[in-house]
Design a protein around this ligand. Structure first.
Ligand code: TNX
Length: 522
């Protein structure tokens, strides 16, 4: 080694020693219990030291797991803009590396299920373990929320990234925690849907139900019935140009969602809410003639002809093409507000559609009206309006998803001065969205019959992402906590306090949320 190289090495050594000892001296005490994590985890214990994430931190994943490597890269990319760090993600067999974030599948107690996780933070490393990758992904969302809120910034921040040490144990109380987006009344393109998915995963939601057809527009390409999108996809409420997803685009959404542990549930609403299809194919109409395209906001005026063979051929084709593209277990068939379909036609219609869905290897979900039909063992009833329907469903041994309109409809106005939205189910302020308990909502329906809850956003009055965000946030965060967190750990005043702090984070994320000034007045 020549002299110059030697001097360089010595200087470098001194620098390294200085920098590590400096950071040791500076290491702050941070109390993990003070961090806001939404939804609230099952247990948090704090050990009042801190871990620093810096440019040298490495993400290690348990050897051989492609999926965990992907999650590692997801986290590295997530924090890259704000930190400027390009964290390495590597496979490993040992856990002895310091300054690392270690992701591993291990056998946690069965109660953690496939979505639970344990997050351990020491001053040297972060460790997330779970029974399956879903759990690791949820653990990553918790880790993300523990970092200073500036971690969400889209530009490089000048600051250090310390987090408090301790341990978090966590798993959900309901397996189905969903959102629904109506892309029919107003179309939202692939980029918008991906953005929405990215917002949902922060709160550990795991289902996105897409309302793909209604009177005002058909939004998914069906190759055997091309006019559905060509003609039926060309409109939306208010006369805009509509739009639709090609099958390639739909698969792209599914893949994006899958990488984030979100299951996509496609809905084709029938036999009502079908004007876009009726305007595209004459043979589906009772009159045998096509209808006009519709851009208004009325509901309940359209129906497929439930007595024609061609109707079931049509549904068979649609369900087959959808099932082929959809890896998840569910197909949603709507079934709501079929006001111009006679009950004696409605019941055999739903029965036949249920057979079609089952024949395609899928499980049927329908809005609560389907409880009038003969439900098969694994059919799911989605409660939105009528308690009697949900109760009837449970009597018929169906499981239920709860979407009570007066608590969960994100298209309901917050209050009388909200510009967007509707109010047929009343105003849904942030408090009433949060202050209820699924298992005590409907007499006769207990926790074991409820697979979970879902927050629908109908879009008659919602035309773009800024408007969507305003109606969704922050109410959906409360719904996410209802679905995930044990009822006994939830309290409105405590939640209100945590949510207010969390709103500063939403601001940095650039989300156009509804301000909580109105709840501060209370
Ligand atoms: C009822 S909820 C509907 C939708 C409307 C919504 C508006 C349900 C199953 N049907 O068609 O868009 O109200 O809030």
């Amino acid at each position: 080694m020549n002299l110059k190289a030697h001097i360089n090495t010595v200087v470098l050594f001194i620098l390294v020693v200085l920098s590590t000892s400096c950071s040791l001296v500076k290491k702050p005490k941070i109390n993990l219990l003070n961090e806001v994590i939404l939804p609230k985890p099952l247990s948090v214990t704090a050990s009042e030291s801190s871990f620093e994430l810096n440019a040298k931190t490495k993400i290690f994943v348990h050897e051989g797991s492609e999926e965990l490597l992907n999650i590692g890269h997801y986290f590295a990319n997530l924090i890259k803009p704000a930190t400027g760090f390009d964290l390495k993600v590597k496979s490993t067999t040992t856990m002895s590396n310091s300054n690392s974030i270690y992701l591993s599948i291990s056998k946690l107690e069965p109660k953690f299920g496939k979505e639970g996780y344990i997050l351990k933070i020491s001053d040297k490393k972060v460790n997330i373990s779970a029974n399956s990758p879903e759990g690791i992904f949820h653990g990553i969302q918790t880790l993300r929320q523990i970092f200073p809120k500036e971690i969400e910034a889209s530009t490089k921040q000048k600051q250090l990234w310390f987090i408090g040490t301790g341990e978090i144990h966590d798993y959900p109380q309901y397996e189905y925690r969903g959102a629904m987006l109506d892309v029919s009344r107003h179309f939202f393109n692939v980029e918008d849907v991906k953005k929405y998915i990215d917002m949902l995963v922060v709160y550990k939601l795991n289902m996105l139900h897409l309302h793909l057809s209604d009177d005002q527009g058909w939004r998914i390409e069906i190759k055997s019935w091309p006019n559905l999108t060509e003609h039926g996809g060309s409109t939306e409420v208010g006369g805009g140009k509509g739009g639709f997803y090609t099958q390639e685009e739909y698969k792209d959404i599914i893949e994006y969602a899958q990488e984030r542990y979100i299951n996509i549930i496609p809905e084709i609403d029938m036999p009502g809410h079908t004007n876009a299809a009726l305007a595209s194919y004459s043979e589906l109409n009772i009159s045998g003639k096509v209808t006009e395209l519709y851009t208004g906001m009325k509901v309940g005026f359209s129906t497929l002809d439930t007595n024609k063979k061609i109707t079931y051929q049509f549904i068979g084709d649609v369900v087959r093409e959808l099932s082929e593209m959809t890896p998840g277990p569910y197909i949603h068939i709507g079934g709501d507000e079929s006001h111009v379909t006679a009950m004696e036609d409605y019941i055999p219609f739903i029965n036949k559609v249920q057979d079609i869905v089952l024949a395609n290897g899928k499980q049927m979900i329908g809005w609560d009206e389907i409880a009038h039909a003969d439900l098969k063992a694994n059919t799911i009833v989605q409660f939105w309006a009528r308690l009697e329907n949900a109760q009837k469903g449970v009597e018929k041994k169906a499981k239920v998803i709860l979407s009570p309109a007066n608590k969960m409809y994100l298209d309901m106005k917050y209050d009388s001065i909200t510009k967007l939205g509707l109010n047929w189910a009343g105003y849904v302020d942030v408090e009433s969205a949060y202050r209820w308990t699924p298992s005590t909502l409907i007499p006769g329906i207990s926790k074991s019959e409820i697979i979970g809850i879902e927050s629908p956003l109908w879009t008659e009055t919602i035309t773009n992402m800024k408007e969507l965000e305003y109606m969704v946030f922050p109410r959906i965060i409360g719904h996410a906590e209802i679905g995930w967190t044990l009822d006994s750990l939830r309290d409105w005043n405590d939640y209100k306090f945590r949510l207010k702090k969390h709103l500063e984070r939403l601001k940095i994320m650039g989300i156009n949320y509804y301000s909580l000034d109105s709840i501060s007045r209370k």
